[in-house]
Design a protein around this ligand. Structure first.
Ligand code: 13P
Ligand code: SF4
Length: 331
């Protein structure tokens, strides 16, 4: 089977890899030879974070995509992140190791139903989370991420009526913070919604000095007990700057890698999922990225992200607006 047939059948290149080669040095060699940049999200496996040129949250990675002069962007994250990079950089080749790396939050917002929702709320500004498909972005007025959603909502006129989608948890949190008039799409992330509140409170009892820090995609009861709520980059900054010695980290466990590197002297306790066997909570989509798939992806330059140009053009407007407002706000 050819690499192309692999992609059609499996969603990734499944070509045999010579067991004698050193994957990491080959990846670095090909990256240089092909003028490629590797952008990795905080939730991918530690070895992939360590091989990335830049590791960040959704906003930082979109900003990096916008300013790279590499010819190929290899995105280690999930599909909507690769799509965002392609929307920003139509002339670059954007490749991801596995097309099966979806996102339950993006999937919770089908384009036809969201179009109906918008039609049912005339006169509303459509604010949507970056965790959406290109089709949803093409119906959006301004895109947000968890690190700029509050500031972007506040940058809109106070009486503006807002549709926020697809994450009801992030939307509810921003609504409570800003007091804006918002209608929320009823979507959620299957990872962040399954944190075990009782287990988190038990951890807090065992570590009374620990700060509970949570991502705003978590359910409201978890957000209420948290000492600090922020995007992945915001949580990382907090553990660096806060005086506490212990932190209960309520988001996907991949972020712990950068936290451990930044504050090796502090105790970082992953919060468990309800059905957890690892005592943590992993995004199965993020974890589809592996060193082997990255190697094949770079070697064969596929799977490639493609977006019909008419959709891409429309989807670019809310992203450009977000990047411009974020730059103006110094985010
Ligand atoms: P961040 O924007 O905080 O990186 O979050 C992305 C994400 O998918 C969280 O589940
Ligand atoms: Fe999507 Fe949730 Fe995974 Fe983030 S953690 S990529 S929101 S499924």
């Amino acid at each position: 089977m050819t690499a192309q047939e692999d992609v059609r059948k499996f969603g990734f290149v499944n070509q045999p890899i010579d067991s004698n080669i050193d994957l990491k040095s080959e990846i670095l060699r090909m990256k240089k030879e092909k003028n490629a940049v590797i952008l990795g999200h905080f939730y991918i496996n530690p070895e992939l974070q360590d091989i990335s040129d830049y590791v960040g949250d959704s906003l930082q990675l979109a900003q990096m995509a916008a300013k790279t002069d590499a010819e190929i962007i290899v995105f280690l994250g999930v599909n909507f992140m690769g799509e965002t990079a392609k929307i920003i950089c139509p002339d670059k080749k954007v490749i991801i190791p596995d097309l099966n790396a979806g996102c339950s939050l993006a999937d919770s917002c089908p384009a036809d139903e969201f179009a109906k929702f918008i039609a049912e709320h005339p006169g509303h500004t459509v604010v949507s989370y970056i965790n959406t498909t290109a089709a949803i972005k093409s119906m959006t007025d301004i895109t947000v991420t968890s690190s700029n959603a509050k500031q972007i909502a506040e940058s809109l006129p106070a009486d503006e009526k807002i549709i926020f989608g697809p994450d009801k948890n992030l939307g509810g949190y921003i609504n409570a913070q800003t007091g804006r008039s918002m209608v929320l799409w009823n979507g959620a992330c299957h990872v962040h919604r399954r944190f075990d509140l009782e287990a988190i409170l038990k951890l807090k009892e065992e570590h009374p000095g620990a700060k509970i820090i949570a991502h705003p995609e978590c359910e409201k009861p978890v957000v209420i007990v948290a000492d600090f709520v922020a995007s992945t980059a915001g949580l990382l900054k907090y553990v660096k700057n806060n005086d506490a010695k212990e932190f209960i980290v309520v988001t996907e466990s991949g972020i712990l890698h950068q936290m451990r590197k930044a504050v090796p002297e502090k105790t970082l306790i992953p919060a468990p999922a309800l059905d957890s066997t690892c005592g943590c909570n992993d995004c199965n989509f993020m974890k589809l990225n592996t060193l082997e798939k990255l190697y094949n992806c770079l070697k064969y330059e596929m799977p490639e992200i493609t977006i019909p140009e008419d959709v891409r053009e429309k989807a670019y407007r809310p992203i450009k607006r977000m990047l411009d407002v974020s730059a103006k706000l110094g985010l």
